[in-house]
Design a protein around this ligand. Structure first.
Ligand SMILES: [Zn+2]
Length: 260
């Protein structure tokens, strides 16, 4: 009988090992045993570093810098085994200017498209004046298309959507609590000085414009008409806004976000 052992040995792909260390919030994507430490990663062939990072669980969109044996490399770097990789996130404050940034430049104007799993965050962002598209039936493909078409940052609780190779700007919201989510996004994207409350409709994302009291008095309860003088109207859905106690709460929220 033919001995196949030799054939099998010859055709078994060679296993290679490289070591990884992920920094800061990239650890949120890793199993506990890999967090904040150097760990070995076994592979076969010569995969790209981008595919490997995603296979480990970290969306490429969250990564801004990869060092291979202390030299910066791009996403297309092919692994050979034996490398030590250090992987840094987008918002790492470490000065990495002489090195290769993997992310394109920040988007000039901060606009969002919000995933279906963040329905309570979308109106809050609009209340603070951020141009925010959201529908509760967006598909992943639609969200990616809108993001690319309008240069919008994807906000999501689903890491999977950030792994689409075409996605360039996105952020995985860590918190499940809508109140904390708003704070998280403002802080992590450093938007404290970009808030413009009372400029956008929380329902439809349209822009608010001043409207004369006489034009809307039949659409508002008489008590409100008596009590307030300044009204705003959405240029898209026509909803009417006035500066009631709700506005005091938003002003307080903005104040808190700026100081904390
Ligand atoms: Zn509206």
């Amino acid at each position: 009988m033919k001995d196949y052992t030799k054939d099998i040995e010859q055709h078994t792909p060679l296993k290679r090992i490289s070591h990884f260390r992920f920094y800061e919030e990239l650890n949120d994507f890793l199993p506990r045993k890999y967090q904040k430490k150097i760990f070995p990663y076994e592979f076969i062939g010569k995969p790209s570093i981008k595919d490997t990072i995603e296979a480990i669980g970290v969306p490429h969109i969250e990564v801004d810098l990869i060092l291979a044996n202390d030299k910066s490399v791009g996403f297309d770097f092919q692994m050979h085994g034996g490398e030590r990789f250090a992987v840094y996130p987008v918002f790492e404050s470490l000065d990495i200017s002489p090195l290769i940034h993997l992310r394109p430049k920040p988007l000039r104007k901060t606009k969002f498209v919000v995933d279906v799993n963040l329905g309570k965050l979308a109106p809050k962002l609009r209340l603070l004046g951020f141009d925010t598209l959201y529908k509760n039936n967006y598909s992943d493909n639609q969200i990616v298309e809108i993001s690319l078409r309008d240069k919008r940052i994807i906000l999501t609780r689903d890491k999977g959507i950030l792994k689409y190779s075409s996605v360039t700007h996105g952020y995985w919201v860590r918190s499940k609590n809508p109140k904390i989510q708003l704070r998280e996004v403002i802080k992590r994207l450093q938007l404290e000085n970009n808030m413009h409350p009372f400029t956008r409709c929380s329902i439809c994302n349209g822009l608010l414009q001043p409207v004369e009291k006489s034009k809307i008095q039949n659409d508002i309860p008489p008590k409100i008409i008596q009590q307030f003088d300044n009204f705003m109207q959405c240029n898209t859905c026509n909803k009417i806004y006035w500066k009631g106690s709700h506005c005091d709460r938003i002003s307080e929220m903005v104040r808190q976000l700026k100081i904390n």
